[in-house]
Design a protein around this ligand. Structure first.
Ligand SMILES: C[S@@+](CC[C@H](N)C(=O)[O-])C[C@H]1O[C@@H](n2cnc3c(N)ncnc32)[C@H](O)[C@@H]1O
Length: 207
């Protein structure tokens, strides 16, 4: 799917995601909490969607969020207001960020590389805008390491992609490796479908 097709799809999906956020909280909340609960400095949430990460962030935090979908951002604004948090949200393409190099102390993103048409470009943009002594933290999903679940994902991969623009058999570790980011810590959970990464920018390293 192209960036504009993804934007259209999320326009329809935004309200449904908001209604079913409790499911995310149940299954993925603990990974978001562990990855994002102690971030500090100027924080950038890439593809923030409806703002699902916000409740897990420390308070106060200097937050900037972007997403390609204005409809997702409407829900994210409501989330900020509900949580009584400050933040700046902008419509922007993660593959071509409108921020200068070294703009943020911490860059976070959740469940996003599976939908970026070019996830490697997006990861390199995250690295570019992260300060050299900052960190990039991800919570990503992909192919399970449990055979039966992985086989189901394979079987439904094309249908799932056509329905949602999400490559749910993608291996997040392979995408991170291909982008050339330096992984400091990684964990997996939820039958291998969730992978977390803590990474450092590695500019200047030849790829
Ligand atoms: C599965 S949702 C995840 C949203 C949020 N990060 C979360 O954890 O709930 C994927 C998000 O990526 C956004 N997205 C997809 N492609 C994008 C792009 N090229 N630039 C910015 N956002 C994008 C979609 O609009 C959507 O909000």
């Amino acid at each position: 799917m192209s960036v504009s097709e993804i934007e259209e799809w999320y326009a329809e999906y935004a309200d449904r995601m908001h209604r079913f956020e409790w499911v995310d909280r149940l299954f993925i909340g603990r990974y978001r909490q562990a990855q994002f609960g102690d971030v500090d400095g100027r924080l950038f949430d890439v593809a923030c969607g409806i703002g699902t990460n916000f409740r897990y962030l420390p308070d106060p935090v200097e937050l900037v969020g972007i997403d390609i979908s204005p409809d997702m951002l409407v829900n994210a604004e409501k989330r900020l207001a509900k949580l009584g948090m400050d933040g700046t949200l902008r419509e922007m393409n993660a593959q071509n960020l409108e921020f200068p190099d070294n703009s943020f102390d911490t860059v976070i993103s959740a469940l996003s590389t599976c939908t970026f048409p070019d996830p490697i470009a997006a990861l390199r943009e995250m690295e570019r805008v992260c300060k050299p002594d900052g960190t990039i933290r991800l919570v990503e999903h992909g192919r399970s390491d449990v055979g039966a679940i992985a086989r189901f994902q394979e079987w439904r991969a094309d249908a799932h992609y056509a329905k949602s623009g999400c490559r749910w058999t993608q291996e997040p570790s392979e995408v991170v490796k291909a982008a050339g980011l330096s992984v400091r810590k990684t964990t997996t959970g939820l039958f291998g479908t969730i992978t977390t990464f803590e990474m450092t920018p590695d500019r200047g390293v030849e790829r």
